[in-house]
Design a protein around this ligand. Structure first.
Ligand code: ATP
Length: 313
């Protein structure tokens, strides 16, 4: 796989606030890359630098897309900005055709595709309404179409899930997965880590401007040693003895004949499960790496950083 975007050591300060501090990552052709971090981490600032809207104080941004000569080839890129940029007193369809025209597509050629997209996103009847008559969620769908209508190779989606209800969040997830199936590369920013966990192939995770973790989802999970055991049992369970038996094990929750244990240590899954089975009658058991949110929070702490849960809300 080849990198189609390489970001090296980018930095941006606003006065005394260093919004992005030495951030590096690359985006491979055909992948969904998550730029993840809590509110204020620096995601939007990084994306604005990549889009050429803000100048980086330091560092380099290199595109490897046809027609770009290393610089940003605007017609090949789709962008869903965090501050949605549409014309609210113009009709929905006019917005779409105008924005596609800026990317080199003729309105005549684009209109049928724009209508297809609107139908698909259940906005067909709204094509000739002014944009300001639509709800926020509907406007976001229009902005999403605007990012894709000119058939870009690389799409940058800044917080595509914010402001959407859970049904539309799932719908957007499906659309983003479809883009990957079509070979489109996606860079998406999000603060809801668990929401994008199943979507991203690789990640760049940032906190207060700094890189915390990066790599493929698989490598990030593999390199994180802690595991979670989700156990259902029947009858009595001597959890105290279990925790004594395995140093590195802690009890997370226990209720209604179900236990959630965390374990960070050398034992294999087989040895853990057979050991635990000595203290209770196990009926179901699954062993998994913790969710991305926990990996992020713990890694920030291990690196000496401070993080509070309100930041992650
Ligand atoms: P959010 O999702 O909340 O927008 P983010 O990860 O996208 O978070 P940024 O918007 O990039 O974060 O902001 C990073 C930091 O830079 C924050 O502390 C923010 O207040 C600050 N910041 C961003 N833009 C500006 C600006 N134009 N002037 C001053 N400070 C800024």
């Amino acid at each position: 796989m080849a990198a189609i975007l390489t970001v090296e050591n980018i930095r941006k300060a606003f006065g005394a606030t260093v919004a992005v501090n030495n951030v590096s990552f690359s985006v491979e052709a055909g992948e969904i890359k998550g730029l993840l971090g809590p509110n204020g981490a620096g995601k939007t600032t990084a994306i604005r630098m990549i889009m050429g809207i803000l100048a980086a104080d330091q560092g380099t941004i290199h595109f490897d897309l046809p027609g770009g000569n290393g610089r940003i080839p605007k017609e090949r890129i789709g962008y869903l900005p965090e501050e949605r940029g549409l014309y609210y007193d113009a009709k929905v369809i006019e917005n779409l055709l105008y924005l596609a025209q800026l990317k080199g597509r003729s309105p005549k050629e684009t209109r049928p595709e724009a209508m297809q997209w609107l139908e698909r996103l259940e906005l067909g009847e709204w094509a000739n309404h002014r944009l300001d008559k639509l709800s926020k969620g509907m406007q976001q769908k229009v902005q999403f179409i605007a990012a894709l209508l000119h058939k870009p190779d690389l799409v940058m989606l800044d917080e595509p899930f914010s402001g959407l209800d859970p049904i539309n969040q799932n719908f957007f997830k499906e659309l983003i997965q479809e883009l990957r199936e079509q070979g489109v590369t996606v860079l998406l920013s999000a603060h809801q880590m668990n929401l994008v966990e199943e979507l991203c192939d690789s990640l760049a995770m940032i906190h207060r401007g700094r890189m915390v973790l990066s790599g493929t989802m698989r490598s990030i999970k593999d390199n994180y040693s802690e595991r979670m055991l989700d156990i259902r049992y029947t009858g009595a369970a001597d959890v105290e003895r279990v925790v004594q038996q395995f140093p590195g094990m802690t009890l997370e929750t226990q209720r209604e004949e179900r236990l959630l244990l965390r374990y960070d240590g050398p034992e294999t899954v087989k040895d853990l499960v057979s050991g635990i089975a000595g203290w209770m009658n196990i009926s179901e058991c699954s062993v998994q790496k913790p969710p991305l949110h926990d990996i992020f929070v713990n890694t920030v702490k291990q690196q000496g950083g401070q993080i509070d849960e309100t930041e992650m809300a």
